[in-house]
Design a protein around this ligand. Structure first.
Ligand SMILES: Cc1cc2nc3c(=O)[nH]c(=O)nc-3n(C[C@H](O)[C@H](O)[C@H](O)COP(=O)(O)OP(=O)(O)OC[C@H]3O[C@@H](n4cnc5c(N)ncnc54)[C@H](O)[C@@H]3O)c2cc1C
Ligand code: FES
Length: 247
C-alpha cells in the first residue's frame, strides 16, 4: 500500500531484551499484511529524516505488531511514542515469504531477524525453528515460537541454549528439511545460502538494506543478484537464496 496510513499505537511495551513493541490499530494494514512484509514509518521529529522500515511481526483482527531495536535517531524517536499517538506509515510493503513451497520447513532467525518470522511460523504447518542470539539477555520470543513448533536456541557465547550459530543446529537436522526460511544478519544469511546449496535444499532469505523511498523509486536499497541489482524494498525483502550474490 503506497498511500499513507494512520495507525494509532494501542499498546506499547519494552521487552526484557531491550526492543520496543507496538500494537498498531489499522484494519486495512492488518488485513493485507503477509509474512515477511514491512511498514515504512515516517519519523516526524522535524529533522527531515527518511522513513524507517520495520518488519511486520504479526497481524490479525485489525491489529499489527511491530518490534524494533533502538539504533539511532529514527528508532529513538519511534521508541518515544506512547499509547494513543498516531504513526504515519506506508504498508504493507515488499514481497514476503512464499508460503506455497510445501514440504518440511525450517525457520532460522538471528537477533532482530526473528521478528518477521513469527507470522510466518504461525502460517506454516509444524515448522522446526532455530533461533540465534548474541547471549542469554538477548533471547526473545522463544516461548511464542515454541508454541508453534519445535524450537532450538543458540547463543554466540553459550550463555543459553547451544553454543554457536542457529544455522549449525539446523544443518545437523537438514535431512528433515525441504525449505529454509531465514532472516537475520548478513553473515547468517550467507551461511544459510551455503548450507542450502550444500544439501540441495531451497532457501528463502529476507535481505536487509538501508532504504530511502521504500517503494522502488530511488535505488538506495539495491542488492546484488544473479540477474543484476534488485530493489530490496520492491522485489524483496525476501529472495530465493540462490539468486543473491554476497560480497
Ligand atoms: C525490510 C527491513 C525490515 C526491518 N525490520 C526491522 C525490525 O523488524 N526490527 C528492527 O529492529 N529493525 C528492523 N530493520 C532495521 C531498521 O530499519 C533500522 O534499524 C532503522 O532504520 C535504523 O534507523 P535509525 O534512524 O534508528 O538508525 P540510523 O541512525 O539510521 O543508523 C544507526 C546504525 O544502524 C545502521 N543501520 C541502519 N539501518 C540499517 C539497515 N537497514 N541495515 C543495516 N544497518 C542499518 C546504520 O549504518 C548505523 O550504524 C529493518 C530493516 C529493513 C530494511
Ligand atoms: S528504497 Fe527506494 S528503491 Fe528501494
Amino acid at each position: 500500500m503506497r498511500e499513507d496510513l494512520k495507525c494509532v499505537i494501542s499498546e506499547r511495551r519494552t521487552l526484557p531484551s531491550g526492543q520496543v513493541e507496538f500494537i498498531l490499530d489499522n484494519p486495512r494494514l492488518a488485513k493485507e499484511a503477509e509474512p515477511g512484509q514491512f511498514v515504512h514509518i515516517a519519523v516526524e521529529n522535524g529533522k527531515n529524516l527518511l522513513r524507517r522500515p520495520i518488519s511486520i511481526c504479526d497481524a490479525a483482527d485489525g491489529k499489527t505488531r511491530i518490534i524494533f531495536e533502538i539504533k539511532g535517531e529514527g528508532t529513538k524517536w519511534l521508541a518515544g511514542r506512547s499509547v494513543g499517538d498516531t504513526l504515519t506509515l506506508m504498508g504493507p510493503l515488499g514481497r514476503g515469504f512464499d508460503l506455497d513451497i510445501g514440504g518440511s520447513a525450517f525457520i532460522i532467525g538471528g537477533g532482530i531477524g526473528v521478528f518477521p518470522l513469527y507470522m510466518l511460523a504461525k502460517k506454516l504447518k509444524n515448522p522446526k525453528i532455530f533461533l540465534g542470539f548474541r547471549n542469554k539477555d538477548m533471547v526473545v520470543m522463544e516461548d511464542e515460537f515454541a508454541a508453534l513448533g519445535k524450537t532450538l536456541v543458540a547463543t554466540d557465547d553459550g550463555s543459553y541454549g547451544e553454543k554457536g550459530f542457529a544455522i549449525d543446529l539446523a544443518e545437523k537436522e537438514i535431512s528433515d528439511c525441504d525449505i529454509i526460511y531465514a532472516c537475520g544478519p548478513k553473515p547468517m544469511l550467507k551461511a544459510v545460502k551455503a548450507v542450502a546449496e550444500r544439501h540441495g535444499v531451497r532457501a528463502q532469505i529476507s535481505m536487509e538494506e538501508r532504504m530511502g523511498c521504500g517503494i522502488g523509486a530511488c535505488l538506495v536499497c539495491v542488492c546484488k543478484t544473479t540477474t543484476g541489482n534488485r530493489q530490496v524494498c520492491l522485489q524483496g525483502p525476501v529472495f530465493d537464496a540462490k539468486e543473491i550474490i554476497f560480497d
